[in-house]
Every structure is written in C-alpha cells, then in structure tokens.
Design a protein. Sequence first.
Length: 52
Amino acid sequence: MMPDLGKYAAEVLSAYGVSLALIFGLIWLSLARARRVKAELAEVEGRRQKNG
C-alpha cells in the first residue's frame, strides 16, 4: 500500500532510492574490504608460519 505523498512524490521517492543505493553501496564496499583484509591476513599468517 502506497501512502499519498502529494505533489512531492517524485522527490520523496527519489530520496528513498538514493538512500537505499548508498546503503547497499556501503554494505558492498564493507564486504569487499572484509574479504580483501581476510585474504591479506591469511597471507601474512602463512608467511609467519613458514618462518617461525
């Protein structure tokens, strides 16, 4: 059910759209960085185990 947004419907809906896009973008960047850091940590730990 869609609430009546009046004459500002386009602005309100576009603001929601931009907000959702930014939130999903931040989630995607966070997950990508977590994967990258996890891989780097595994590499460092692997080198550490070989040397010590």
